[in-house]
Ligand binder design. Sequence first.
Ligand SMILES: [Mn+2]
Length: 323
Amino acid sequence: MITNISQEIKDYLEQNQTFLILTHKKPDGDAIGSTIALGKGLKSIGKTVDYYIDMPIEKKLDAFHEIVYFDTHILKEYDAVIMLDCSTYAYAFKPEPMVRFEKMLVIDHHQSNENFGDYNHVEVASATGELIFRLLKQMSIILDDEMIDAIYTSISTDTGSFQFSNVTSQTHEILSQLYYCKNSFAPLSKKLHHEKSFDQMKMFGEAISSISLFENGRIAWIYLDQQTINQYGGMINITDDIANIGVNITGVIIGVTIKQAEDNLYRVSLRSRSPYDIDVSHIAKEHGGGGHQRAAGFSYSGLLSDLKIEIIKFLKEEYELCD
Ligand SMILES: [Mn+2]
């Protein structure tokens, strides 16, 4: 069901002046897209907006002019801090020390969101960009070309180019409205989904080469060690689609991708697919991470062998529930 963006959020945005937009660490297309669309939208009605974003961002996302403002000097105090696409406060990328603010506004599409703001609009949708699009419309804010591209980027990346099960008729209705403003998103779509640098393509290849299967082919395991990651340009060159490789193998229901950050410190991405759609955000949250039912992640410090045992146990418990 589609609900209006909370009136209290719209009122707060309209009645106040200075805003700092924050999003999660390692911002993805939805984080950057929704930040740019909301930020420029608020600026267009005369508000002062700053960004504080974890840099550098992925190459595919760096074509927005608004990104140059990401380096702006931030104030010590704002009317509101707006948290986008961020399911927990801990997962947000924040200034240290944190700025002073009157209210915190949370706008997010993650089911697992902890409603940690003073005002929260948390609604399951394909992307935070969907919620921002509706918010801008409801505030009668006109979208410029860059904001249209930003919303497209949000939704297109969080839906795997409109292929994931989070796509709804509402997603396509918004897309339809975007197409009224712009004839073609083909060049942007290519940049977001297909184009890779040589290093990224080689890293993708390394990820495929590393796949192993467990539990009668129900778990796919991808592992990139620190040396391989560094050889191909570092973590920034690990593309999102690597996490989806495993669940594209016939019979696999959980795809695990492990990236070694340091000795005994790993970034873990989990994906689950039908027919079981096991909720991988449970195990991610237990480890201080977050995400959705079918896509979640966390940082893990410890032995990989222990993590493997834990994931197999998790699969068995959840799989039994599904059977
Ligand atoms: Mn998102």
